[in-house]
Design a protein around this ligand. Structure first.
Ligand code: IPM
Ligand code: MG
Length: 358
């Protein structure tokens, strides 16, 4: 069976890291058909829109999307609707990719690359389940208005709306409980229920869904405390489930625990296991095109694609083992380089993973 993969490299370092991931995926014993399309600032430059209709159609018709990164300072002054970031937000919404899985795993070889003490992070293996199509990210109304009364009467005001529908919270809760069940069986729901109505509602639904998973231990934590515990004792977590905005912030924090955000893959799934796979990091236009970028997060995103959308867990494990072995061989892109290891370029790293596959 041929699996159609939409390849959307995007901006900045996107093309060079995606190129390495495609090489690795292409070397497996699978029938994959890759079709590339522009997205983000690159698509705006060519077609006047960050998510052109043809790119969206390609993504819709694919079993999975391999996504690089979008964004460039060049486009920061555009109307919000035309900024590169709208491409990834639009794809998430259009494909219904509500479940974002961001595993933060510390490879033992990188224990010294973390800014935390090795004993705090060694053996780290946590999974952040971030709701991805709701919350204040997509809430309406939003915009800028003139305040009608009260102390700011007549003053312009920017505003957004945070809300979560019960169905949205329930479906992400099920994803998180099922993930926890396959791991250590501990789920921590992160919210701000001491202040926000939306969060209290989220917490109530989590407690309700927990009745269906007696084998999973559910706990709750306020987001400010979670941010602190993640650097104090990250290994205390197994699975974290949280909303879109808190998940955005905590997943960057968790990424850094592992030494480099250049190591972290992600999967964004819809109800039919169609998925978009992208590194957690951004487009890093400052280092683009110089062979400095770490392709491992994107290569590992390819492994997640095999596991979650293409039902090829053996091939996924092959990629993960290959990554582990190049790290054990001491190969490091600049972001994870330290004394005593070998500094390599983006494409050298791709070559090494390819070689280690066999
Ligand atoms: C992420 C990114 C995106 C987000 C941006 C690019 C819109 O930060 O995937 O975490 O905020 O979700
Ligand atoms: Mg983010």
């Amino acid at each position: 069976m041929t699996h159609r993969i939409a390849v959307l490299p995007g901006d900045g370092i996107g093309p060079e890291i995606v190129e390495q991931a495609v090489r690795v995926l292409g070397a497996l014993d699978l029938d994959l058909e890759f079709t590339q399309a522009p997205v983000g600032g690159a698509a705006y430059a060519q077609h006047g829109h960050p998510l052109p209709p043809a790119t969206l159609e390609l993504a819709r018709g694919a079993s999975a999307v391999l996504f690089g990164a979008v964004g460039d300072w060049k486009y920061d002054s555009l109307d919000r609707a035309l900024r590169p970031e709208q491409a990834v937000l639009g794809l998430r919404k259009a494909l219904g990719l509500f479940a974002n899985l961001r595993p933060a795993v510390l490879y033992p070889e990188l224990a010294n690359a973390s800014s935390l003490k090795p004993e705090v992070v060694s053996g780290l293996d946590i999974l952040i389940v971030r709701e991805l199509t709701g919350d204040i990210y997509f809430g309406h109304p939003r915009g800028v208005r003139v305040v009608e009364d009260g102390p700011f009467k007549g003053v312009r005001q920017g505003f957004d709306t945070m809300h979560y529908a019960e169905t949205e919270v329930r479906r992400i809760a099920h994803v998180a409980f099922q993930a926890a069940r396959k791991r250590q069986g501990r789920l921590c729901s992160v919210d701000k229920a001491n202040v926000l109505e939306t969060s209290q509602f989220w917490r109530d639904i989590m407690i309700d869904v927990a009745h269906e998973y007696p084998d999973v231990t559910l706990s709750h934590m306020y987001v400010d405390n979670a941010a602190m515990q993640l650097v104090r004792d990250p290994k205390a977590f197994d699975v974290i489930v949280t909303g879109n905005l808190f998940g955005d912030i905590l997943s960057d924090e968790a990424a850094m625990l592992t030494g480099s955000i250049g190591m972290l893959p992600s999967a964004s799934l819809n109800a039919s296991s169609q998925g978009l796979y992208e590194p957690c990091h951004g487009s890093a236009p400052d280092i683009a095109g110089q062979g400095l970028a770490n392709p491992l997060a994107t290569i590992l995103s390819g492994a997640m694609m095999l596991r979650y959308s293409l039902a090829a867990p053996d091939q996924a494990a092959r990629i993960e083992a290959a990554v582990q072995s190049v790290l054990a061989d001491g190969l490091r892109t600049p972001d994870i380089h330290e004394a005593g290891t070998t500094r390599v370029s983006t494409s050298d790293m791709g070559d090494a993973v390819l070689k280690a596959l066999n």
